[in-house]
Design a protein around this ligand. Sequence first.
Ligand code: FES
Ligand SMILES: [Fe+2]
Length: 537
Amino acid sequence: MLSAERNEMLTACARDTPMGAMYRRHWIPVARSQDVPLAGGAPTRLRLLGEDLVLFRAGDGRPGLLSEWCPHRGASLYFGRNERADSPTGPGLRCVYHGWKFAVDGSCVDMPNEPEESTFRDRVRARAAYPCIERAGVIWAYLGEPELRPDPPRLPWTTLPEGHVYASVRLQLCNSIQAFEGAVDASHVGILHSDIGLWDAGDEFKRVRGGIAVDKAPRFYVEQTDFGLTIGARRRMRGGQAYWRFTQVVLPWYVVLSKEPDAPGSGHAWVPVDEHRTYTWTFSFRDDRPLDAQEVARWRAGGGLHAPLVPGTLTPTMNRGNDYLINRDLQASASMTGISNVGMQDAAVQENMGPHMPGTVARLGSRMDRGSERLGSADAGVVATRRVLLAAAAALAKDATIRPPGALVEDQLQARPYPSMLVAEETGWHEVRGRAEAESAGVTAPRRGSEGGRPAGGAHHRDRLDAPRRWMDTAGLRPRRGGVHSGLDRPRRVDRRRAGTRAARGADRRRGSPAPGTVRDLRADLDVVARLYRSGG
Ligand code: FES
Ligand SMILES: [Fe+2]
C-alpha cells in the first residue's frame, strides 16, 4: 500500500511535481510520423503531461509542438493556418484571430495587427514551444529545460533501420502508473490472458502461453540497474525445467519484454495525457530483418499486442463505453475475460480499478487510491517499480542537474530484450541472467547509424552538465561503505513461502540487505520530497 501523499506524488505529472519534473527530463513519444504526414497540413490537438498543445508539421516538413493557446488573447492554435515554406514570412502556424504567426521554435514571425515599425513581435513567443525529433517512425518531444536535454533516445526500437519497427498508440482511460504497473505484474499474464491463443494471437504467443500456463505462481527476481530494473520471472515446467521471462523496466515509462525465438521484439511506453489518462504505446520490432507485410498487416488490424482503433481516433473499438465487447458465453467456456484482445484485457482491468483517489474525475479515467491494497510476494515487481520511480523523482527534486534513470543513452543501450529461456530448474538467477544478457548482446547489439556509431551519450553529456552524478548516488541507493546495500542493490529473490517471515528478515540482515521497507536513506529522501511537495515548494 502507499500513503495518500506518496500515491499523489507517484501519479502526478504536472510540471511542478517531482514526477512531472522527471518526465520532462526525457524525450517523449508524442505521435506516429504517419499520423502527421503532411507538411503544411492540419494541426492536431495533443494533451501531454497535463499541457494542452498543438502538433503540426510545418511547411518545411519539421514537426512543431506549441502551446494550444495563442499568447495574444488565448485563441486556440488548433484552428491555425499552417503556412507554406514559400510564404513571405516562412513556414509557421498563424493564429486565425488576429494573425500572429509562430515558427516551430516558438518565435513570433509575423504580427499583422501591430504597426509595421513596432518591435513588439520580437518580445513575444508562443507560450510553449517544444523541440521535436523523429525516430523509428515516431515524433518525440522534449518538454524540459533546454540545457538539460538528453541525446535522442536509443531504445531497442529506435536504433533499427526503417522498416524494422511498427508502432501504435491508443488512449487508455486510467492513470499511467496503473498501466505501467500492469507490465511489471507478471503473475497476471497466465491468468488474465489465459487462452489468448484462441483469438488469432499469433505464433509468438504459442510458446509463451505454453510456458506460462503451467505455473501460475512464478518466482520473481528484481535487480536494480542504471536504467531502472531488470525483473525475472521463473516458472516451473514439467521435466525438471524452468521457463524464464524478463522485463526490462526503463524509467520513466518503458518496458522491454522478453523475446521468443524467431518472434519480433516488443516494448511499451505509458505516457501521461494527464493524471486520468494515458497514451499506451506498443512497439514491435525485428533486428534481424525488416518486418514482413503479413505481420504489419496483422498489427495494423489490431492483432498481437496492438489494438483495433476507431478510425481517425486513438480510441480502441473495444472500450469502456461498450464494456470492451465482453462476451460472457466465451468467458464461461473458453476465456478468463471473454474479451478478445490482449491489450483490451489489460485495459478492461486497469481502466476500472478503484477505489479512486479523492478528486478523481471518474468520467475521464481511473486514478486509484493505493492506501488499502493488499500486496503479496507476487507483487515484487510492482513494489520495486514504485520505489525506483519515487526514489528517482526524489533524487531529482534534491538535485536537478543529475541525469534521471533511463535518460542516459549509454544506459538505454543496456536495456536489451532478453530472450526467454528454458533451463534446468536449479539454474540460479545470476547464471540465467548472465546467459540472457550475453545472448541479447549477440542478437541486438547497437547498430552504427546516423549518430556516427559512438556509444552515444556519456562523454557528451558530461561536457554539458555541471554535476553529472547518477541518480542512484543522490537517492542513496548505491552500495554503502562496509558492504551494506539498499534493498534493491542486489538481486533479490522473493520466495513466496518465506517472504515477510521472521526467518526471511533474519537472512536478509545476515546478507547485509535489509527487508523491504527498511531502506532509511530512501525513506528520508521521500519524506523530504513529500513535505516539499505538500507545501508546494
Ligand atoms: S488571439 Fe491569437 S492573434 Fe490574437
Ligand atoms: Fe497484461
